[in-house]
Design a protein around this ligand. Structure first.
Ligand code: 26Q
Length: 821
């Protein structure tokens, strides 16, 4: 088919034509929603041309393909990034303009797919953008949740959760791929049978759920590649139901219907501790099994039935342990379906699967009760047990007699299946997500495995796509950069460093500051429109936006604001640079203490608002429903980026990179990727405070920390903490923050409190804040720091991250346009 043109005139005609055909309306009378659908459909047509072309190239190439399995992909809106990557923003903007339509207004019509909790899911989305942009053949695999992460409202200063039914008006980007529908089996029991003199394992009396795939295209920037995100949706197998009904197995049949409908219903809003929920295990296995079946089907179509070449043609990447059942599932498919022997299947599996760890927090390490796995996945459980037996045998030779150590390393121990141990033992690569995190994995979390199989471990620092997180969300800054250093940095983001000399160029700094000011005004407008909150764009914008967790220490920030308030109130001569502290954070619905911290922040906001002198230099705003779209407005407006995690606890962080890239200066601990940010910009362009990770580790080991001594010796802390419970913060309900107050002093059952060293790091944080406040008064100095941060952020592009994954782990060949003869 000849290629359709997508120049301004054809775009105009196409949109007008679609509105006419879909809605029977002239364009002037179409609603924003109707225009949105016509526009999305036009962009989609343009993408589909590329899909065809890309398919063709892949067919001829017969290269290796990556399957990135993740239980979350936090994609955000697609429309503008799609236009950007198609190099067509100008054409679309002008075409709409000539139709009297403002593109920005139409973009707001797109529902945001919030199919993730935070960092891990957003990382997966950035990776897809970079994979396509680097022309690497890949497919993202996940669940098509009917409900994404809850929408957050603040009512009377407290978080309320609302459902996010993002599919209500359909999803303009997806296509159902019915021909790839497959069955996933649960339950039943395993029987050993002899077929043609061979021992076989067959599962009987299982129940079936159908997995229906929906593909969303991810276009690369100026690339030939369009990689799909494949989202599996669960459906009840109707035929089987009828049979069950007619045979009177009513209960079983209705269970199946319920199960099928529930599996892809809702994203779990927990990103903290793992809980042994049966439905969660079903979700994980459901999309993992469907993905693996598809992977083998595609492999066989291209390469035939010889499975021995699988590791050369397929790499399966496991994003955290959640899709870890890929290991027994691949073994099962190879042995039971493809007829391979155990050793051969194990060799192939071990060379095909790679694993990324995202957390060292013990409570987040996934483990499943043996009886649950046995009941739900009987054949996988058998395979897990045999893998465990062989692993323990090997470990026994390495650590003879060391039962404790072997039990800690085993896949099955103390009635649990330990997913991380299984993945480390059975994959060919294990990586951490920052330098520091990689070290901690080797020295602590997987210390013993590192003795046995050191060659598997590496660290690859996370990244973010500069296309969404700079070009799309901050077009004015992008334009300024292009005018100053040209556009090479877009393909090679490392070249952003060519901006560094411009830190000393007064005219450049002025432009840079002007853009920041615009972005602050844009955020101020959003806060006014959405929450009816007035903020003064002349104030310094200080932002902490991330999930709410004790280890991320929003509490440290809140306590410090309360201390600032007291300094103002207690001393009429005290002044500071006027500053608005903006928080964005969702708390897991069941995480009571996190919800109390939100209450505390909202109470702080009200308290300050009431004081005529304090409100002139201090303000607190809680931005409701922090998600990808609001981040795209919030981050370009930030001047200060708060990255306060207790050292060693934040595996990497990626928000820190987004803020930096948009010219915010970081105040943070030496944790996760903050370490590398500080190396990039140098200590003069960042505010580092607090304990180092090895000190934190020693403190935990020695168990010597006592927050009470700090409480007693620091009157500012004492005063602020007392206000948490004496009615100052909570006049209506003085007891509301009591538990939070106590958690900072005493732990449960008499153990020591403040497990994340809020009080311990307070003094150091407060000093860093004083320096920051003084430096901000010197705007030349401040703008130099801001420019330096943007200039040195190129290394945090996910393009660099993906290149590193490809060199160290995946070894994919980039797709290329066939040379014209
Ligand atoms: C798993 C099983 C049961 C219940 C919950 C979970 C679960 C779900 C999501 C556990 C953890 C998560 C998400 C973790 C996460 O987002 N980690 C972050 O990953 C980022 C990308 O690597 C890092 O930058 C962050 O430091 C890390 O916290």
């Amino acid at each position: 088919m000849p290629a359709t043109k997508f120049d301004k005139e054809s775009i105009k005609n196409t949109i007008v034509g679609k509105v006419q055909r879909y809605n029977g309306l002239p364009i002037e009378e179409a609603s924003k929603a109707q225009i949105y659908r016509a526009l999305a459909s036009t962009v989609r047509d343009q993408i589909m041309q590329k899909v065809v072309e890309c398919r063709d190239i892949r067919k001829k190439n017969k290269g290796k393909r990556l399957y990135y399995l993740s239980v979350e992909f936090l994609m955000g809106r697609s429309m503008y990034c799609n236009m950007l990557n198609l190099l067509s923003t100008k054409e679309y903007t002008e075409a709409l303009q000539e139709l009297g339509i403002d593109l920005r207004e139409i973009l707001k019509e797109e529902p945001e797919p919030g199919l993730g909790n935070g960092g891990l899911g957003r990382l997966a989305a950035c990776f897809l953008d970079s994979l396509s942009s680097l022309n690497l053949p890949a497919m993202g695999c996940t669940i098509r949740y009917e409900y994404g992460l809850f929408r957050q409202k603040i009512v009377d200063g407290q978080q309320v959760e609302l459902p996010d039914s993002w599919l209500d008006n359909g999803n303009a980007w997806e296509t159902a791929q019915m021909e790839d529908t497959c069955e996933v089996h649960f339950g039943g029991h395993v029987e050993e049978v002899m077929i043609n003199g061979q021992q076989k394992f067959v599962t009987r009396d299982y129940y079936t759920v159908e997995a229906v795939p929906y593909d969303m295209p991810v276009v690369g920037y100026d690339a030939v590649t369009v990689n799909p995100l494949r989202m599996w949706s669960a459906r009840s197998p109707k035929k089987l139901d009828l049979k069950n009904f007619s045979e009177g197995r009513y209960v079983q049949a209705s269970e199946e219907i319920e199960l099928a409908e529930t599996i892809s219903k809702v994203l779990y809003p927990e990103d903290r501790h793992y809980e042994g929920k049966m439905l969660r295990l079903k979700q994980h296995y459901f999309f993992t099994s469907a993905s693996l079946q598809y992977i083998l089907k595609e492999y066989k179509q291209t390469f035939g039935n010889d499975m021995s070449k699988l590791p050369q043609k397929v790499v399966i990447h496991i994003n955290d342990t959640h899709p870890g059942m890929a290991i027994p599932e691949l073994m099962r498919l190879l042995i039971d379906e493809e007829g391979l022997g155990w050793d051969e299947a194990m060799n192939i599996t071990r060379q095909t699967i790679a694993y990324t760890n995202h957390t060292i927090m013990a409570e987040a390490l996934e483990k499943w009760p043996v009886n649950m796995v046995q009941q739900l996945l009987p054949r996988c459980y058998q395979i897990i047990c045999e893998m465990n037996r062989r692993l323990c045998e090997r470990l026994w030779n390495f650590f003879p007699g060391d039962w404790d150590r072997i039990a800690r390393m085993a896949i099955v121990s103390y009635d649990n299946v330990h997913m991380a141990n299984m993945l480390v033992a059975m994959s060919y690569s294990v990586n951490g997500v920052s330098k520091l995190h990689g070290e901690i994995l080797k020295e602590e979390t997987f210390h013993d495995f590192n003795l046995v199989m050191p060659e598997k471990f590496c660290a690859i620092t996370n990244g973010i796509t500069h296309r969404r997180w700079l070009m799309s969300c901050n077009p004015e800054l992008t334009e300024l950069i292009n005018q100053s250093i040209g556009t090479d940095w877009i393909r090679e983001p490392g070249k952003l460093s060519e901006l560094r000399p411009f830190a000393d160029d007064a005219a450049f700094r002025e432009e840079f500051a002007k853009i920041k000011q615009h972005n602050k005004e844009r955020l101020a407008k959003m806060l006014k429109d959405r929450q009816n909150v007035d903020v003064d764009p002349a104030f310094m914008f200080d932002v902490q936006a991330k999930r709410l967790h004790e280890y991320k220490r929003q509490m440290l920030n809140a306590l410090h604001i309360l201390v600032l308030y007291n300094r103002i109130v207690n001393d009429e001569t005290f002044t500071m640079q006027p500053r608005v502290f903006i928080f964005g954070a969702k708390a897991s619905p069941g995480y009571t203490r996190a919800k109390q911290i939100i209450r505390m922040i909202c109470a702080l906001s009200r308290l300050i608002e009431k004081h005529p002198r304090a409100r002139k230099m201090l303000q607190v705003v809680f931005l409701e429903n922090y998600d990808v779209s609001s981040a795209e407005v919030l981050i370009p407006a930030a001047e200060v980026s708060e990255q306060l995690s207790t050292a060693s606890k934040e595996a990497s962080g990626t928000g820190n990179m987004k803020f930096m890239m948009n010219g915010a200066v970081t105040i943070g601990t030496l944790d996760g990727a903050n370490v590398e940010i500080s190396e990039q910009v140098g200590m003069d362009n960042i505010y580092i405070f607090g304990m180092r990770s090895n000190t934190v580790r020693d403190m935990y080991r020695e168990n010597t920390y006592n927050p009470m001594t700090i409480y007693e010796s620091n009157h500012e802390i004492r005063e602020a903490m007392t206000q948490m419970i004496d009615g100052t913060l909570m006049p209506e309900n003085p007891a509301a923050l009591q538990e939070l107050y106590h958690s900072l002093l005493l732990g449960s059952w008499g153990s020591i409190g403040d497990s994340f060293f809020v009080l311990k790091d307070f003094g150091s944080y407060s000093m860093a804040q004083k320096r920051l406040n003084a430096d901000y008064a010197d705007q030349v100095k401040w703008q130099k720091m801001a420019v330096t941060n943007t200039a040195m952020s190129g290394i945090f592009s996910s393009d660099r991250t993906i290149r590193e994954y490809n060199e160290k782990i995946w070894h994919l060949e980039p797709l290329a346009k066939p040379k014209k003869k």
